[in-house]
Design a protein around this ligand. Structure first.
Ligand code: ATP
Length: 323
């Protein structure tokens, strides 16, 4: 086996708090093994255009506490084409990249798997997305930060909801999956949680809110993942059917930014170490993760093929506790 001398790092897809901590840790672990590190800029675009910079233990100083990604990130449609792939391979070969640490979500992992079919560079996926929807890990880098950001905002909204005896619908991120909505909803004590995995039954929502009102609960928080449909229409419907005032808050991009929590930084450090160590040991294309409290890795292919299940027990518990 030829010992690799250089690894690359790329952050792709949506930014997530803790990506910087992962870049820092991967760079420093690699340097401790005598590896050179090159950071590609703006996600896959950086591989296509050969936009990169050398990363050293010093150049990644002072970023562990910063949200976003110092390498920048982007969605890159060209990377989904054969021409885009070939340009990326050319860049990898030009820099003699033996292993590539891909920090991102499930889309980023699919891109890495596709790229691996065109080149000899080994891929190591590091799950980082606020959506927490990556198969093969119980948690992704950035999820805990986004949960805490949303919880802090909704706690403030509840003060107003109670004072004015109003129902608030709060939309959190999650176009396809409801991990964020579920954890946020359970931890703010939401009266109702709406996730894309379960059909939203308006009459059930209305009945629950009416029942709450009969029991003396005049205020309420509905946490809805963005993939559940137009919340403005839901607000109008609920207002019409309950006669209660309904207000709407869309949390939006505040959930993606901000300083990573200690938890997100911890995962970033542990995942990055595992990714670089595995590449160094010559492991093939893989994705690192956290499973039952242990840092693990599965094949990149399995991670891309699998679909992470929403914890339906958590949803049932949230409903039970919202009485
Ligand atoms: P997040 O869910 O946090 O937004 P993500 O990694 O899932 O993160 P995506 O936009 O889905 O974000 O994927 C990132 C990039 O990976 C895409 O912009 C695209 O360039 C590339 N990519 C995604 N799927 C594929 C694929 N099947 N083949 C090649 N490239 C892909």
């Amino acid at each position: 086996m030829v010992q690799m001398k250089t690894i690359g790092i790329v952050t792709t897809g949506g930014d997530a708090p803790g990506m910087n901590a992962a870049i820092r840790a991967a760079t420093r672990v690699a340097h401790s093994k005598g590896l050179q590190v090159i950071g590609f800029e703006r996600g896959w675009e950086g591989l296509i255009t050969d936009s990169c910079k050398t990363l050293t233990p010093r150049s990644v100083g002072g970023i562990i506490q910063l949200g976003g990604t110092m390498l920048r990130t982007a969605r890159c449609p060209e990377f989904k084409t054969a021409e885009g792939m070939q340009k990326a391979v050319k860049t990898l070969n030009a820099h003699n990249i033996g292993g590539l640490v891909v920090i991102g979500g499930d889309g980023s992992f699919k891109g890495a798997l596709e790229l691996s079919k065109y080149c000899d560079t080994k891929m190591a996926g590091v799950p980082a997305t606020i959506d927490n929807d990556v198969y093969g890990t119980d948690e992704t880098i950035g999820f805990d930060t986004a949960v805490n950001t949303a919880v802090a905002e909704i706690d403030k909204i509840r003060d107003t909801a109670i004072s004015h005896e109003r129902i608030f619908i709060v939309e959190v991120m999650g176009r396809e999956r409801g991990f964020l909505a579920l954890t946020v909803g359970l931890t703010v004590g939401a009266e109702i949680i709406l996730v894309p995995e379960a059909q939203c039954d308006l009459s059930e929502v209305v009945e629950t809110l009416k029942e709450n009102s009969r029991k003396g609960k005049k205020a309420g928080i509905v946490v809805a993942a963005e993939g559940c449909g137009k919340v403005s229409e839901l607000a109008t419907d609920i207002e019409a059917k309950t006669g209660s005032e309904v207000r709407l808050t869309i949390l939006g991009y505040v959930q993606r930014g901000g300083s990573p929590t200690a938890r997100s930084r911890l995962l970033a450090n542990l995942f990055a170490e595992k990714a670089v160590e595995s590449l160094y040991q010559g492991q093939g294309n893989h994705a690192v993760g956290l499973q039952n409290g242990k840092i693990t890795s599965i094949s990149l292919e399995d991670s891309c093929k699998g679909t992470k299940k929403l914890d339906t027990h958590m949803l049932a518990l949230a409903n039970m506790l919202a009485t």
